[in-house]
Design a protein around this ligand. Structure first.
Ligand code: ARG
Length: 850
């Protein structure tokens, strides 16, 4: 039975019900005859971290089948009665029909014909009336068989504890079942019953573990009637499919069922032991339903009846387990760094993921048939190189770069407490927080001549950037807890010298609360597009743990994802153009330059104009700002990107280029207002330098618009003033028809008028309904309200630039052409008067509101 208790949004903190702690009204019959021999396997003699059971060692173990397969475990408590878990039979609040279930008894391996086993139809299923969800307790069920089981060495009942029975904490007990051997990793054929030794944890100790914020900040309030067994460090546990099965403890030569497998958070996770239904507490309920049947369940007298004596000692210590993987003495000294040496080729870098397994790119080993005998693995602090026993390639390794992985098993396990250590791996639902501190570390063959200090500091960028730069149009950004398609780190070298590192591969290791995770590996070649995308390893976690059975998949250690997590919920990617992503701007992202297309255009060393990146090699500016009137010589112009304002990126991701040519459209007689500046070389698209989108004509419907500039030309901290763009008709009326065609007029929102200085010729931008930022125009010389529109210059811009990002034409332009010359009578003298225009706004509907 698969229960997903790791849903990030589930709230699993509960208060105990008042009074629920009192003993039930049960008055055990003092000298009840033992009507059935119980709890004794025939003489001779997974569950996570367990092993194959011996046949006949747990003869009360039952497999409950539904729809032809094993779903849950159970235990035989009387010839006609099986004890199991309520949640196995309740779906959406209703009990499944008993007729759909069968009980398989006396079975050891479930592969092939069930020899010696016998099958019984289920006549009735009883569940406590209060049962609703596992976390609220009462997770038990009684199944009445249609005909009694035939008792044999393979089929015998277990003993049930009396209500007064106290199992001592720390007792080693056993859980059994055919459940998953790890999270999402089913028991392999031949499906032999698994057993695992679990220690009973006292209530206080268990509550202490579950009160620590676990994955996705979840905690759990234990309730009376629940019991924990396992270990703070995890790794041994029951798992999906074991539910309903017994947890038994031996006392005085008999096995008593202390618990019923109920639930847990994941399986075998640190500080998250399995939770069982405490059987003793339900003596009355069981007896009430089973009595009368012949013979009844086995509630034998206690071996040495430990008196209802002391309750749980309260001062039980609270021992929390800390992660054992991912501890580095200092960043960069990676104790998991493994070098695989295959004769005849350069060493290949990988990572130690458990005491016996090394993870490395499969592409390092193109010829797996080579003699493994000669292979060696170098690990830190080991005098001798290790020998290799086995190579397991990921089945998709040859065609999917994200799965370019191989696991190498060492001939002998290494001691992880002395020198080498394992790196932590993320669970599939891990969410690496934007802004996380990471490193790029060597992976695979690496590039040539990387030198020894090949460690790059990196910081994770918001998933939105990463996803929208590479993802599909309109795709929604994966939520925290959903596997990301890629991870994008920002790192110092990315802009340096325009190098692309095409030939090198890296792993991305990220730190959470001092613990390092192998988060991702180099993705397939993405050109020079930055941020570089890495393939997350969390999607490969199940494969790695399946193969290694013991790699260190560690929980999320940091959860404070602030507003980002919330925002991601509603975020989708704006449409992309033919030439890729444009006009991206994450809202309030903690990392990322606020206006990635805003450029400072330094003209001949003194004047600074505003420029807008329209393609990797082109910046658009107002002609009057970059070319002095009358001057015939082209000035020396330098363009800076990614530095306007205080850049919140980890390193200043400033990009600069000089301008090699200025292009103007051909306009008869007039000096054209817009100039295209050709950069000495294209910039790599990144959060600090990304082109804006352009809109073919009119104003995109439903958009909000701003004038983007800086308050003073010294500091140049970007400011945006909210504006409305007036209809062409209104614009003309206000300006007495003296405007050149293609001029846009704006009206500032209240008190926004003086936000930007105008000498630098600020641009007019709009954000479309679908999220893309588009450039509408550049300020006309000396004016705050008038902008030279881009739309009419579409042909010139496209021809000059080539890979400019014009958004697709969206049907009719927003403004109808030839709106006539119907100026309302009183408008003639109102030129540039905001109050008059504002009044007018109320009369004319087709306005774009800011
Ligand atoms: N609820 C699971 C089932 O239906 C059992 C889960 C036990 N989980 C654990 N971590 N102990 O099979």
């Amino acid at each position: 039975m698969s229960l997903h208790l790791l849903l990030p949004l589930a709230i699993l903190a509960f208060q105990p019900r008042p009074g629920a702690f009192e003993d039930s009204t049960l008055s055990p019959t003092q000298e009840e005859p033992e009507d059935l021999d119980c709890g004794r396997p025939a003489p001779s003699a997974r569950i996570v971290g367990g092993s194959d059971a011996q046949p006949l060692s747990w003869p009360w173990q039952v497999s409950l089948h539904h729809g032809g397969g094993h779903i849950c475990g159970g235990s035989l408590i009387a010839p006609s009665w099986i004890l199991s878990a309520a949640h196995c039979f309740v779906t959406n609040g209703s009990l499944e029909p008993a007729a759909e279930w069968t009980a398989v008894l006396g079975v050891h391996s479930q592969d092939g014909p069930l020899e010696g086993a016998h099958v019984r139809a289920v006549a009735a299923i009883l569940v406590p009336p209060n049962y609703s969800r596992v976390e609220l307790g009462d997770d038990l069920a009684l199944l009445r068989l249609a005909s009694p089981a035939r008792l044999s060495p393979a089929v015998r009942p277990v003993c049930l504890p009396r209500a007064s029975h106290r199992f001592v904490h720390g007792t080693a007990c056993w859980a059994t079942g055919w459940g998953d051997v790890q999270e999402a990793d089913p028991l392999p054929l031949p499906w032999v019953l698994q057993e695992v030794e679990l220690r009973l944890l006292g209530e206080a100790a268990c509550q202490c573990l579950y009160s620590r914020r676990g994955p996705f900040n979840l905690t759990l309030q234990l309730l009376p009637g629940m019991l924990c067994a396992g270990y703070p460090e995890g790794r041994r546990d029951t798992c999906q499919g074991d539910s309903g099965g017994p947890l038994v403890c031996e006392e005085g030569g008999r096995w008593f069922q202390a618990g019923i497998t109920s639930f847990g958070f994941g399986c075998g996770r640190r500080n998250r032991p399995g939770v069982f239904t405490a059987v003793a507490r339900y003596e009355a309920w069981i007896r009430e339903h089973v009595s009368g049947s012949q013979p009844g369940p086995a509630f034998p007298k206690q071996p040495q009846e430990p008196q209802p004596g002391p309750r749980e000692p309260q001062e039980e210590n609270c021992t929390i387990a800390l992660p054992t993987c991912g501890k580095a003495p200092q960043p960069g000294a990676w104790p998991w760094e493994a070098q695989v040496m295959v004769p005849g080729s350069r060493p290949c870098h990988g990572a130690l993921v458990s005491e016996s397994w090394v993870l490395a790119p499969a592409s390092c080993f193109p010829d797996p048939s080579r003699e493994l005998d000669a292979w060696r693995v170098r690990l830190p602090a080991r005098a001798r190189a290790e020998r290799v026993a086995r190579l397991v390639r990921h089945e998709n390794a040859s065609w999917d770069a994200a799965a370019d992985l191989a696991l190498l098993q060492l001939r002998a396990p290494v001691n992880l407490s002395a020198g080498p250590r394992a790196v932590c791996l993320p669970h599939p639902d891990h969410y690496f927080l934007p802004g996380s501190r990471c490193r790029l570390a060597r992976w695979g063959r690496g590039g040539p001549a990387q030198g020894p200090g090949t460690q790059l500091e990196a910081q994770l960028l918001s998933g939105w950037w990463c996803h929208c730069l590479y993802g599909h149009q309109g795709a929604s950004v994966p939520l925290p807890g959903d596997p990301p398609h890629m991870l994008c780190p920002a790192y110092q070298e990315e802009e340096e010298a325009g190098r692309c590192w095409n030939d090198s591969s890296w792993s991305l290791v990220c730190r959470e609360e001092g613990t390092w995770f192998l988060a991702a590996i180099t993705d397939s070649f993405n050109g020079c597009l930055r941020p570089r995308a890495f393939s997350p390893l969390q999607t490969q976690g199940p494969w790695i743990s399946h193969v290694t059975r013991g790699a260190y998949l560690e929980d999320q250690l940091a959860w404070d994802w602030g507003p980002e997590g919330e925002e991601t919920k509603t975020q989708t990617c704006p449409p992309r153009t033919l030439h890729g992503a444009c006009g991206l701007r994450p809202e309030a992202a903690p990392t990322g330059v606020l206006w990635p297309w805003l450029a400072e255009v330094h003209v001949a060393g003194d004047q600074v104009c505003t420029g807008i990146l329209v393609a990797p090699g082109w910046v658009l500016a107002a002609t009057h700002c970059v070319l002095r009137l009358g001057s015939t010589t082209v000035p020396y112009i330098e363009v800076y990107l990614g530095r306007a304002g205080a850049s919140p990126l980890p390193h200043s991701h400033q990009v600069s280029r000089s301008v090699i040519s200025i292009r103007l459209p051909r306009h008869l007689g007039l000096r054209p207002p817009l100039a295209l500046l050709e950069l000495s070389s294209p910039v790599e698209p990144s959060p600090s330098a990304l082109p804006i989108c352009l809109h073919p004509r009119g104003v995109p419907p439903g958009s909000s618009c701003w004038v983007l500039g800086w308050k003073d030309s010294q500091n140049r901290v970007p400011v945006a003033a909210t504006v409305s763009i007036l209809t062409p008709q209104l614009c003309h009326c206000l300006n007495q028809d003296i405007l050149p065609p293609g001029t846009l007029c704006v009206l500032y929102a209240q008190e926004q008028e003086d936000r930007c200085e105008v000498a630098s010729a600020p641009p007019l931008l709009c954000q479309t309904e679908r999220g893309s930022w588009v450039l509408m125009g550049m300020a006309v010389q000396g004016s705050r309200e008038l902008f030279a529109a881009l739309g009419p210059e579409e042909a010139w811009i496209s021809q000059t630039v080539g890979n400019v990002h014009f958004l697709p034409h969206t049907g009719a332009p927003y403004w109808s052409q030839g709106s006539g010359n119907l100026c309302p009578p009183d408008m003639a003298g109102a030129s540039g008067s905001a109050p008059a225009a504002a009044l007018f706004l109320l009369l004319l509907p087709p306005l774009i509101q800011g």
